[in-house]
Design a protein around this ligand. Structure first.
Ligand code: SF4
Ligand code: FES
Length: 384
């Protein structure tokens, strides 16, 4: 599996910095791992600053400050300033819980360029139910409006699943009304905690087909005013998505404690070794880490990918999904109709879509009203 790529190694474009796994929400579609990293193991602001300088030196242009909820870091302004000083375009990916106008203005002054806020649904009760947090929806809308008022670029992100997919048109309309320049519609990906909730989240084929028509209508309606990005649901696809733009090809993920991953779910693949920014320079990790080399390029591929004309278009799809469904990360993604397991994957999806609606939360869903995070109340990760 561990072979050198034959194509030149490009510079990564993006870095996802998972500042913390702490989060006040309890979304059942959370793709973070079952075992979350604790606060004590998190990289310090000074360590992140070094990582950002190394990333910029490597050619990274875009930095995504993520989590968990990055707002749970008391030193978020210091971290944002370091990213700006390194010359990175900096995007905050947040639930919006814990932010105020003053804190956002402080982040903007520190160099923040862009904010991405997750919205769960258009209906407050349904939205709060999926977030596992009463009052979250109203708080998110208020903060989204504040982001736009402060002149920060705003993206609304929506994870689509069985309970909200029918409101795709309304969700796009809500993003436009909030002043977003972009809306991302991403079907739930079944890794980490989300895998436990696959049966409750999986849409039916009919829902996906209706949503595809809704998407086309919304793209026509908002052409030139609102960018609409959509990720198709793998389980009903005929060809897979080029996950991460190709393994080890365009981006890096750094976990809260500093392990560097080719993708968010890479730790679900047994046998890979992940190097840490605490031990090595990011450039060395990008070029030499065994985990990044494992599926880089196309030399690792087997049939049918090895001789397929799409092998440098989709790079064989998603390695983590191949691991999950085929039991081997070097197989073709079963989302591909050329995979011998494609039929089994479709059958799994259709079976899951007809079953229960009961979500499993990481912890009992909170009932307290949304409140500002101050670090101490940021919500330590509950036990999985
Ligand atoms: Fe992509 Fe492999 Fe399917 Fe070809 S066979 S379309 S490379 S997943
Ligand atoms: Fe890991 Fe797709 S999520 S390669």
């Amino acid at each position: 599996m561990n072979v050198a790529t034959t194509i030149p190694l490009p510079a990564p474009l993006g870095l996802l910095a998972e500042l913390t796994h702490r989060c006040p929400l309890a979304c059942p579609y959370c793709s973070n791992p079952l075992a979350l990293e604790g606060r004590d193991s998190e990289l310090s602001a000074a360590e992140w600053a070094r990582v950002f300088r190394e990333a910029a030196g490597l050619g990274v242009l875009q930095l995504h400050l993520s989590g968990g909820e990055p707002g749970a870091r008391r030193d978020l302004t210091e971290i944002t300033h370091a990213a700006h000083e390194a010359g990175l375009y900096t995007n905050l990916i947040t639930s919006a819980i814990g932010f105020t106008r003053d804190r956002l203005a402080e982040l903007r002054a520190a160099g923040l360029d862009h904010v991405q806020i997750s919205i769960q649904d258009t209906e407050p009760a349904a939205s709060d139910r999926i977030a596992g947090y009463d009052g979250a929806h109203a708080r998110k809308l208020a903060i989204a409006r504040t982001v736009a008022e402060l002149g920060l670029a705003l993206t609304i992100n929506v994870v689509l699943h069985r309970a909200n997919i029918a409101r795709l048109r309304d969700l796009v309309g809500l993003a436009a009304a909030l002043g977003a320049g972009r809306v991302e519609l991403a079907h739930a990906q079944y890794y980490g905690w989300a895998l436990r909730n696959r049966a409750a989240l999986m849409p039916t084929r009919a829902q996906v087909e209706a949503a595809t028509a809704d998407l086309a209508a919304m793209r026509a309606r908002y052409a030139g005013t609102l960018a609409i990005d959509a990720v198709v649901p793998d389980y009903y696809a005929r060809r897979p998505k080029p996950c991460m733009g190709g393994w080890g090809r365009r981006s890096l993920n750094v976990t809260p404690s500093g392990r560097v991953l080719p993708c968010h779910a890479a730790e679900t693949i047994p046998g890979l070794r992940f190097w840490s920014v605490r031990d090595r320079n990011l450039a060395e990790i990008w070029t030499r880490s065994p985990a990044f080399q494992a599926f880089r390029g196309t030399d690792w591929m087997r049939a049918p990918c090895r001789s397929c004309e799409r092998r440098e278009i989709d790079f064989g799809g998603c390695r983590c999904q191949a691991m999950l469904i085929a039991g081997d990360a070097a197989e073709a993604d079963p989302a591909c109709a050329l995979s011998p397991l494609h039929g089994r994957m479709l059958a799994m999806a259709e079976e899951a879509a007809g079953t229960d609606d009961v979500y499993v939360y990481r912890a009992p869903a909170p009932r307290a009203p949304a409140r500002a995070l101050d670090g101490a109340t940021a919500g330590e990760p509950p036990p999985p």
